[in-house]
Design a protein around this ligand. Structure first.
Ligand SMILES: [Mg+2]
Length: 285
């Protein structure tokens, strides 16, 4: 209702708001010298991905920026160019924020606000033993460029949430196995993955070939961060319905939830072998 230009924004609210925030820091989340347009786009895209993970419709966003003093004006213009182009694509407004300068590197923090649909929010905690695990798109190798250019799965999440009864969801920001382990921990169950079914991206194959360090394309798919695909847990009949219903994105059955806690892989002999969650974790001391 009231956006940039007053002391605070005024947002019309009805029903539950879903709010998420994410910060990108030069030298940590992107290399110095990265095109600020890409940084601006990504700063909003990662937040939209979190709204997608909750199956919420994006409404508005706020951006707080710390600009380096030197060249800050040009950086700001390009940063907002990238951010606003994505905002327009998802038909949301940038309703406010804060722009500062300092003798430090570029930092941008975006907060996005969404609203739940009549189905309510999709949480991490609703998965049950027997649920089928589905993943959108293809995984791995995002470092080759996808981590900037990915399309947040907002429309896909809303489609899936409307088409079927989903039990739980999360977006893959830090790595499939790591994020899935978080969903399982929140749900109080475990999962068995069928590793042959993991959708491996071309980028993961290229990365494995380029690096030739013994890490396979599939291992990249299992543990690389910033794929920003969705992992969904759904009852078997609902998952079948989704897979048969021509979803607007590649949707793959990668395993199922079990009562036994932990993450497992199905071995050829039918036994379960432990699968260690692996991915990107921020280091704190
Ligand atoms: Mg997330």
């Amino acid at each position: 209702m009231v956006g940039i230009g007053d002391d605070a924004a005024v947002v019309a609210t009805s029903g539950d708001a879903v709010i998420t925030t994410d910060m990108l820091m030069e030298g940590v989340d992107f290399e110095p010298g990265t095109d600020p347009r890409r940084v601006g786009r990504k700063s909003l895209a990662v937040n939209l991905s979190d709204l997608a993970a909750m199956a919420a419709e994006p409404v508005t966003a706020f951006a707080a920026v710390a600009l380096p003093r030197s060249g800050g004006r040009a950086i700001a213009e390009q940063l907002y160019e990238g951010l606003l182009a994505l905002a327009e694509e998802f038909q949301i407004t940038l309703a406010g924020g804060d722009t500062n300068s300092w003798n430090g590197p570029l930092v941008i923090s975006v907060t996005a606000v969404g609203r739940v649909t009549t189905r309510g929010p999709l949480l991490r905690s609703g998965a049950r033993p027997g649920d089928v695990l589905l993943v959108t798109g293809e995984l791995g190798g995002s470092i080759l460029g996808h981590h900037f250019d990915f399309q947040p799965r907002v429309r896909e999440a809303l489609w899936l949430h409307a088409a079927a009864e989903l039990h739980a969801g999360i977006d893959v920001s830090d790595g499939l196995t790591l994020d899935l382990a978080r969903l399982l921990a929140a749900s109080g169950c475990g999962a068995v993955l069928d590793l042959d079914q993991i959708p491996v991206s071309d980028a993961a194959r290229q990365l494995a070939a380029d690096r030739a360090d013994g890490i396979s394309a599939r291992e990249h798919a299992l543990s690389d961060g910033e794929d920003f695909e969705l992992v969904i847990a759904a009852p078997p009949a609902e998952a079948d319905r989704l897979l048969a219903a021509a979803p607007p994105v590649r949707l793959t059955r990668i395993g199922h939830c079990v009562a036994r806690p932990g993450l497992w892989q199905a071995a050829r002999d039918g036994n379960w072998e432990p699968l260690l969650p692996h991915g990107y974790e921020h280091q704190l001391s």
